[in-house]
Design a protein around this ligand. Sequence first.
Ligand code: TGC
Length: 396
Amino acid sequence: MTDADTTTPTADPSDLLDFAGLLSAEELEIRERARTFVDARIRPNIADWYENAIFPTEIVKEMGELGLLGMHLNGYGCPGRSAVEYGIAALELEAGDSGLRTFVSVQGSLAMSAIHKFGSEEQKNRYLPGMAAGEIIGCFGLTEPTAGSDPGSMATSATRSTDGGWVLNGAKRWIGLASIADIAVIWAATDEGIRGFLVPTDTPGFTATPIEQKLSMRASIQCDIALEDVELPAEAVLPDVTGLKGPFSCLNEARYGIMWGAMGAARDSFEAALDYAQNRLQFDKPLTAYQITQQKLVDMALEIQKGTLLAIQTGRLKDAGTLDPVQISVGKLNNCREAIAICREARTMLGGNGITLEHSPLRHANNLESVRTYEGTDEVHTLILGRHITGQQAFR
Ligand code: TGC
């Protein structure tokens, strides 16, 4: 190979179409702030956290101080940033680890969103400022051991007690953060339909048990929740919604953040593979000088570019107030599917070294097994889009 065969690699190799040029000064500033946090606080520690199944509670308040919690909510001490700014932060956090981005999603998009959208003024004032600051941790209990894709079949019930309060019984599963949460948003079937309840986690009868032996999301906590005759006052109910549209509206927020976040895991895996391939010599040349390596890198970069463009268009629609939930399914389905393929392909470029925690791609790919499953599986989002295209509902 001669000097004439080489050129200087591009500075941001997965941004072929100047995605950065679509961002405002404020959006670039959020990106830099989140990137700096990930570089300083997540990258140096994530291998240990992942290996030892540690969720680093010490960074929760730091995330609050950085304005990452309830980021796109207004008032009540929330940062009031745009949907695009929130998405950009989710992407950068998930470039660190999906588990840490999941914390921000559960806290901000699910638990805080539920209170912000459907809570009373008293509930909003009581919980949201502390949650935005990272002083109060929330969780969101929808999924059950026998009700995953079909939350309408939930068995958890809330019945009126004689004093006008409520009694909750049932079980929830895969609930992020529940064992360290202060407040749980629990969705339960009532005579009037599905309602949301704010349950302080020290209420007698509430138990959260972390699920162990996970092969994915190891730097994060997912729990089983048991609800045994949990007595709540009348004012524990979220007053402003009845029916599945309540939790589904919150899922829209989380699914939106995921479409951005997944591209962060993909970009980090791409960059790890590129860096490795540039420095790994085999048969006297760096791996990047081989055509198969270049094909892999180009295919990854194309999908990262398409996925981030898809996300920003979705975010612009959300900020304009015109986003339809069906459009969120486009991004959740596509970006999770492409991200996991990119992370797996990146692992192949690392050879045997790619199976250790020294390198990020397999950790990201394992995490994305959860990300493509929660907040609506690939299959659910395919059927949501299938219904939109054909007019035929094929869930049942
Ligand atoms: P369907 O009859 O279609 O709708 C029932 C009512 O909900 C409304 N609705 C929505 N509203 C807002 N946004 C959306 N995206 C909505 N989708 C539906 C709908 O208009 C209707 O309202 P109304 O007033 O007419 O009653 O309901 P369905 O049960 O037939 O829906 C089918 C399907 C498959 C789309 C839905 O069930 C679905 O999305 N399933 C996936 C559930 C899911 O994503 N679960 C993940 C939960 S994650 C979790 O619990 C843990 S949180 C993560 C963590 O803690 O880490």
